[in-house]
Design a protein around this ligand. Structure first.
Ligand code: ADP
Length: 197
């Protein structure tokens, strides 16, 4: 019987990777709001572009305004938000792109789900670590002030849990300790080593 679920595509991921001269990879950046995920993903995207590498940015805020509009911040909605993001990343991987995913991904169950969707060989998980107090001092989007005033429900790190990873991430970037230049240097080095420098 014809297999309608898994069609066989004539042009494969390997063909596309050859065309681009790179290896596809999902870089999954996780950490508190304001830890530096989007900033570092942007720096990485610029460095990859300069190096002639094709990349796609998947940003939590952007997806929540489009594909994942309607989802909130309960644990169930966060899981669904991340499941869809990981599935999109997996599809984009088929183009041979480097997929830069910036999502808080607060719980270990969520990180495990990402690892179930993206094959281990294709995933570089990056913990963008920063203390709640530093993120609150930066308060890029004014969310920490709102959380302090109790006008924001389910805020990550306050009334919605953010767990320390229970598995060692491929890369840890401590943005409390290292500046943007140093974090970018480490990130770009790790990614180029995987996709082909
Ligand atoms: P997130 O995407 O994790 O919510 P953003 O990237 O939007 O966080 O904001 C992080 C803020 O912290 C930016 O204003 C950035 O300039 C600042 N920052 C300070 N040090 C660093 C660092 N080492 N890495 C990334 N961002 C940093």
């Amino acid at each position: 019987m014809e297999n309608l679920v898994n069609p066989v595509f004539t042009v494969t991921r390997a063909d596309k990777e050859r065309l681009l001269g790179q290896r596809g990879l999902v870089v999954w950046l996780y950490g508190l709001s304001g830890a530096g995920k989007s900033t570092l993903a942007n720096e990485l995207a610029a460095a990859l572009h300069r190096a002639g590498r094709l990349a796609l940015n998947l940003d939590g805020d952007v997806l929540r305004n489009g594909l994942n509009r309607g989802l909130g911040f309960t644990e169930q909605d966060r899981m669904e938000n991340l499941r869809r993001a990981a599935e999109v990343a997996r599809l984009a991987l088929e183009t041979g792109s480097v997929v830069l995913c910036s999502f808080i991904t607060p719980l270990n169950t969520m990180r495990r789900m990402v690892r179930e969707i993206i094959p281990a060989n294709d995933l570089l998980d990056v913990y963008v670590r920063c203390s709640y107090s530093t993120c609150a001092a930066r308060d890029v989007k004014g969310l920490y002030a709102k959380a302090k005033a109790n006008t924001l429900a389910n805020f990550t790190g306050k009334d919605s849990a953010f767990e320390e990873p229970d598995a060692t991430p491929a890369l840890l970037l401590d943005t409390d300790q290292w500046d943007v230049t140093e974090c970018t240097r480490r990130l770009v080095g790790a990614v180029l080593a995987k996709v082909g420098a």
